[in-house]
Design a protein around this ligand. Structure first.
Ligand code: ATP
Ligand code: MG
Length: 396
């Protein structure tokens, strides 16, 4: 089949009742941004679905388009899309539909073992009902190909959807990324290290409709420039899903050295984390972000025990979202590969959290103890000094 459109389906946004038009507008905006960057495409609204068509299309007589890698990838970045199909959109006339189905029969059904036609009508003014359409179009296919009809699990399914203005024909349905359109749930701030987990956590938050900004704590000169470069690359990969992202890079090395000089080594990771969430919360407030997001997980490393998560939360009033909390490492790695961040994450580059830290950091921190150690420091001044040195990068 030579497509002249891509049919894009969404479902979850329907659940939002009165907000439906607003959700549809966010989705439409996101799809339009993605596909228009991928080639000569734009999005068109249809009945309960959308169509990606040629940029210059007017009316419904659509020029053919090429559904290649760039468009595939662009649709893969459209959160809220449940499934999609390369399609032929044609006038709602039975003779036109039959002619298109004849072409599809030659191209996609001939030589197959079995087929069926699956029709549906979104309104009842079309002269044929779905059963009659199935029979009529099935007849066209059979006449040309002599391929057997099979209702259960046929090799090829030719779908025909009668929409209010046009008919859509397609033979394949591909999964979209699901979730909710970016920007429909508000803004969050992702704590982005150079590791595997935090980019995956950021992607999951975006898939729930969050627009994300990122913050990275940079221990230069104790860590090399490759750590910083890696984080920028990861931020760019995530930024491709939304209109723009601000990456905040916080100078953290001096603060870490101060903590090392006046606190027990066993507590350093927790002290770093508490500082991170304090600084991040200040940045979030300034950006209008309503929550922090981390790649933390339960029990994956010694510092990420329930006790220690509680110790970290004690340092901020802001909610901390941890999308990966129930993931196995293998599941996180699989996700990172699928979303294309894995290869960047595994590049060499040290993270600030391992600086000055002994082999056996605390696994069961207590809030009172952390507060006591922190009382030896001027925490507010340390936070203020770090905030003063923040570098902001607007991506892409
Ligand atoms: P990741 O793979 O994301 O680095 P991890 O399994 O290595 O996670 P940790 O290194 O303990 O776990 O970090 C836990 C979380 O703390 C990270 O997922 C990230 O959200 C945050 N974090 C750690 N280091 C930094 C950093 N240098 N800058 C920003 N956030 C950080
Ligand atoms: Mg890490």
């Amino acid at each position: 089949m030579k497509p002249n459109a891509v049919l894009v389906r969404y479902a979850e946004v329907f659940l939002k009742g009165g907000r439906r038009p607003w959700f549809e507008a966010r989705l439409r905006e996101a799809i339009d941004r993605q596909v228009s960057a991928a080639g000569p495409f734009r999005v068109r609204e249809m009945h309960a679905c959308m169509a990606v068509a040629h940029r210059d299309s007017k009316g419904w007589d659509l020029p053919d388009i090429e559904v290649g890698d760039a468009l595939n990838a662009a649709i893969g970045r459209c959160f809220g899309v449940v499934s999609w199909s390369p399609a032929r959109i044609v006038a709602r006339e039975i003779s036109r539909i039959e002619a298109e189905v004849a072409a599809i029969a030659d191209e996609d059904v001939a030589g197959a073992e079995t087929f069926k036609v699956e029709s549906s009508r979104s309104d009842k003014d079309f002269p044929l009902d779905s059963m009659e359409l199935n029979r009529r179009l099935g007849g066209v296919v059979w006449e040309r190909t002599r391929v057997k009809v099979r209702m259960k699990d046929p090799t090829v399914t030719v779908s025909c959807q009668i929409l209010p203005k046009v008919a859509a024909l397609f033979v394949e349905t591909r999964p979209g990324p699901g979730g909710l359109p970016v920007g429909s749930s508000g803004r969050v701030l992702l704590l982005l290290s150079g590791g595997i987990d935090s980019p995956a956590a950021g992607w999951l938050a975006m898939r729930r409709g969050c627009e994300i900004d990122a913050v990275h704590f940079d221990a230069a000169p104790y860590t090399g420039p490759e750590s910083r470069a890696k984080v920028e690359d990861l931020a760019r990969l995530l930024a491709a899903h939304e209109r723009s992202m601000r990456l905040h890079v916080v100078p953290f090395g001096a603060l870490q050295a101060d903590l090392r000089d006046g606190a027990p080594g066993r507590l350093l990771v927790l002290l770093y984390r508490r500082m991170m969430v304090r600084i991040a919360s200040a940045i979030a407030a300034e950006r209008g972000a309503l929550a922090l997001v981390t790649g933390e997980n339960l029990g994956q490393v010694a510092s990420q025990t329930l006790e220690n998560l509680a110790v970290i939360e004690d340092a901020t009033a802001m909610p901390i979202l941890r999308p990966l909390v129930t993931y196995d490492k293998m599941e996180t790695v699989a996700l990172a590969r699928r979303i294309g961040t894995y290869e960047t994450s595994i590049r060499p580059g040290e993270d600030c959290c391992s600086l000055f830290v002994p082999d056996h950091p605390e696994t069961a921190g207590r809030v009172a103890r952390l507060r006591e150690v922190e009382s030896r420091f001027d925490v507010e001044a340390m936070v203020a000094a770090a905030l003063k040195g923040v570098e902001a990068l607007d991506l892409p």
